[in-house]
Design a binder for this molecule. Structure first.
Ligand code: NAP
Ligand code: ZN
Length: 353
């Protein structure tokens, strides 16, 4: 074991504060990395504030962070894919059984024995639960380490590890491509990546936002049309016309308004994970044989594919880089949808503490 600097929350109502955690020394197949940037996902906030208590109750202290980019500092004797000095990334998962049907299909995110990057029992016993990327280092099995394309900015790459793959994966699964009309609901961290991917995949892309002030940005990010979702007249113009809608909203909202915008056999996929259940009207689904589905992050192979796609198309997240000392202020702003469009923590600020 060795000590690592981190920021943790002591309870659902405590601010994040400086702490020291234990990490394991790299074992045979482990990669140790110095964390350079870590994105702030709304999931970090849900988890820190115990908003998912019914599904994934938070164990305190909680060290969040699953959008990690760093440099390899040490590797175990059996590691073949990485060496000291490599630029690498770690996302939402750090382990899975590797043998179940989901793992065998490269869908580790659906493994029944999955270990998420934070707040999951730590099999190695460095702590009661895993500790995430709001830290100066982390140790991860090489199977869950990704390679970062050399042409991308590191601060803007970090959010690809969650916001990126979570929007890329369902778009690939449900066949977003040229000739399709695709909606993205909620222009936050996930949403703005969804717009970039839908546009890059060639779809006619429509953004739905509650924030009129984001209209110009949505166009710049690649939207062909922008709809202010509070405006019923604007919404009605799109009735029955979408092949696919990706719902990236973090809070309670009326999903029926979007179901009605799907064409026959269209699909709306939830990636947003609000604290409270959403009310769904049956008739919106029955008329038109429409589907409501969900999707969680993406597998490791697909995450690497997404990173290569981003390298090739020069896609990164639009980030506001902050020192870790501003993390609590950033959380308060995230709740108000006041970020364009992802906070990325510069971990040099933690080292300096
Ligand atoms: P975010 O940056 O806070 O973005 C959420 C966006 O939702 C906001 O920017 C806002 O967009 C819209 N919104 C917020 N409150 C709203 C309300 N009351 N009514 C309508 N729209 C509202 O969050 P994020 O990091 O993108 O995460 C979004 C959600 O996805 C979270 O619940 C997160 O936990 C979840 N998530 C799921 C996965 C997965 O694997 N499925 C992975 C990562 C995150 P506008 O200002 O444009 O309206
Ligand atoms: Zn996330």
């Amino acid at each position: 074991m060795y000590k690592s600097k981190a920021y943790s929350a002591a309870s659902a109502t405590s601010p994040l504060a400086r702490t020291t955690i234990s990490r394991r020394e790299p074992t045979e197949k482990d990669v140790q990395l110095e964390i350079l940037f870590c994105g702030i996902c709304h999931s970090d906030l849900h988890q820190v504030r115990n908003e998912w208590r019914e599904v994934m109750p938070t164990v305190y202290p909680c060290v969040p962070g699953h959008e990690i980019v760093g440099r390899v500092t040490k590797v175990g004797s059996g590691v073949t894919k990485y060496k000291a000095g490599d630029l690498v990334a770690v996302g939402c998962m750090v382990d899975s059984d590797g043998t179940c049907p989901n793992c065998r299909e490269g869908l580790e995110q659906y493994c029944p024995n999955l270990t998420l990057t934070y707040n999951f029992p730590d099999k190695h016993g460095a702590g009661p639960v895993t500790y995430g990327g709001y830290s100066d280092s982390i140790v991860v099995h090489e199977r869950f380490v990704l390679r970062v394309p050399s042409n991308l900015s590191l601060a803007g790459t970090a959010p690809l590890l969650c916001a990126g793959i979570t929007t890329y994966s369902p778009m690939r699964h449900w066949g977003v491509t040229k000739g399709k009309k695709v909606g993205v609901v909620g222009l936050g961290g996930l949403g703005h990546m969804g717009v970039k991917f839908a546009h890059a995949l060639g779809a006619h892309t429509v953004v739905f936002t509650t924030s009129a002030s984001k209209k110009d940005d949505a166009t710049r990010l690649g939207a062909d049309e922008v709809v202010i979702s509070k405006n019923e007249g604007e919404m009605a113009k799109h009735a029955g016309s979408f092949d696919f809608i990706l719902d990236c909203v973090s809070a309670d909202h009326d999903i029926n308004a979007y179901i009605n915008l799907l064409r026959r056999d269209g699909t709306i996929t939830l990636v947003g994970a609000p604290e409270k259940p959403l009310a769904v009207k049956a008739f919106g689904l029955l008329f038109g044989r429409r589907s409501l589905s969900g999707s969680a992050i993406g597998g490791i192979a697909e995450t690497q594919e997404m990173l290569e796609f981003c390298g090739k198309n020069n896609i990164t997240s639009d980030v506001e880089v902050i020192p870790i000392q501003k993390v609590n202020e950033a959380y308060d702003r995230l709740v108000k949808s006041d970020v364009k469009y992802r906070f990325s923590i510069d971990m040099a600020s933690l080292k300096a503490e």
